[in-house]
Design a binder for this molecule. Structure first.
Ligand SMILES: [Zn+2]
Length: 140
């Protein structure tokens, strides 16, 4: 076993990849698509879409990131998710900032709506696109 082989293993450690992806997303401050991350982190040793998706999945499971379905992108969560409590995500079309809105009443309504049509929903997320407070001030 030589030093370069152990360096190689070090570079493939999932914890390191997770940190790289998380830092890149945090730095960008907007939702990012998997291929963007792949392109950005290629030089750091992230070479396959699978590596990126694996890390993104983990970040979502741990409540550190969320998937923005309508953008096919992922964003860092500003505050730790309490595990499925989030029902609406706001997406600023100007600066790309995303935020989560938790509302028990909306959650109940969505559940009622799907039950009423005989559908068993596993997840329910409403995505609202528009302008964040900061961008509204700039527009005004
Ligand atoms: Zn904005």
């Amino acid at each position: 076993m030589d030093a370069s082989a152990s360096e190689e293993r070090q570079a493939l450690r999932p914890g390191r990849n997770q940190q790289l992806v998380y830092d890149a997303m945090l730095k960008s401050g907007r939702p990012m698509r998997a291929y963007e991350l792949l392109k950005l982190l290629h030089a750091d040793g992230i070479r396959s879409p699978l590596q990126v998706y694996r890390v993104l999945d983990k970040l979502v499971r741990e409540g550190k990131a969320r998937k923005i379905e309508t953008l096919h992108a992922f964003a860092i969560c500003g505050k730790p998710s309490n595990g499925g409590g989030q029902v609406a995500v706001t997406i600023c079309t100007q600066c790309g900032q995303t935020d989560a809105i938790e509302d028990a009443e909306l959650k109940r309504q969505l559940a009622k709506l799907s039950r009423g049509s005989g559908f068993l929903a596993e997840t329910a997320t409403v995505e609202l696109a528009g302008l964040c407070l900061g961008c509204q001030e700039v527009e005004a």
